[in-house]
Design a protein around this ligand. Structure first.
Ligand code: SF4
Length: 321
């Protein structure tokens, strides 16, 4: 497998009226061709901002530091022109809300053809043919006729398929799917996930699946990164994480997952409390206020992510190597 993305000590900061928010800190990871990495965390954990920063898509008040290399090329400092070249052709993103990701006044097939023409030297007929082919691959019925449909004429699931087709039309190396199925019903969710999985297996595209849903990760991902309060707290191959979760937050997340063994009448366990205010992060472990195992040291000293097995990394004082 070829290493595509290498991220070292990524930090993302936002300037706000009251000062600064450190949305992401100390994030290091690699991503190889054909791999699927699940990124899990609750809202505000920094999972989306990490990858928006890697694509140069932070909001105006945001800035990133550290290093992000794509195929060895540093891209955090890349200029707008170079980022535009890479985005869409080599690095693609699929957002949760397909309706806002598509231009409402432009026919969906034209949007696909346009995405291709921006990055490849094709004429209109070739672009149209590729757009229709992609619509067929993502299972849009009667693709040749639906080429002329507007986004509002398609169902939510079909719009998300168009977004996937748009992300994939240039056969990118890396696709970042940011909660791509959250707004869809369960059956359509399963179809979309199968589609993404099929793509990465056939094309060797690396897939990053950003989600709050561990069931999605279990079915799709090779590796998982759990984020809490802007930092990775556990990274492991998916099977290892589900068999032997180490961080108390990961253990809590897994316990809160519904299973067939749960009593349907009983409430699922929840992780009590709230994440810390990111404007005033605590000096020690960010999970301490919610952790049943917290000790004095946890509140004073921040645990670093460290290796605890051949392929598992955990940021917790109480987990020994
Ligand atoms: Fe809990 Fe302490 Fe581990 Fe943090 S470092 S997760 S507070 S035991």
């Amino acid at each position: 497998m070829t290493v595509l993305l290498e991220c070292e000590n990524l930090a993302v900061t936002f300037d706000i009226d009251q000062g600064q928010i450190n949305a992401v800190q100390d994030l290091s990871l690699t991503l190889s061709s054909g791999e699927c990495l699940g990124v899990v965390g609750e809202s505000g954990s920094g999972k989306s901002q990490s990858f928006l920063a890697m694509l140069g898509l932070l909001a105006r008040n945001g800035r990133a530091s550290g290093s992000v290399k794509f195929r060895g090329e540093e891209i955090l400092a890349a200029n707008r022109r170079r980022l535009n070249e890479l985005r869409g052709s080599r690095l693609a993103i699929i957002f949760q809300d397909a309706l806002s990701g598509l231009t409402p006044t432009m026919r969906v097939g034209e949007q696909l053809a346009e995405a291709l023409r921006c990055h490849e030297a094709v004429d209109s007929a070739q672009a149209r043919a590729r757009a229709i082919e992609m619509m067929e691959i993502v299972n849009i019925p009667d693709a040749a006729n639906r080429f002329s449909a507007y986004p509002f004429e398609l169902s939510g699931g079909q719009r998300q398929r168009i977004m996937i087709a748009m992300a994939m039309i240039c056969r990118p190396d890396v696709v970042i799917a940011d909660e791509p199925t959250t707004a869809l019903d369960v059956t359509v969710q399963a179809q979309i996930l199968r589609l993404l999985d099929g793509f990465r297996r056939h094309t060797e595209t690396a897939l990053v699946m950003i989600t709050h849903d561990l069931a999605v990760v279990a079915g799709l991902c090779d590796r998982v990164m759990i984020m809490y309060a802007g930092r990775p707290v556990e990274m492991a191959p998916t099977a290892t994480l589900f068999d032997r979760p180490c961080h108390p937050y990961t253990i809590g997340l897994l316990k809160s997952m519904p299973t067939l063994r749960n009593d349907p009448a009983a409430d699922l366990p929840v992780i009590a409390g709230q994440p810390p205010d990111m404007r005033k992060p605590p000096p020690g472990c960010a999970f301490a206020e919610r952790c049943a195992l917290a000790e004095e040291r946890c509140r004073e000293e921040r645990p670093q992510l460290r290796q605890v097995g051949g392929s598992q990394q955990v940021a917790c004082h109480l987990v020994s190597a």
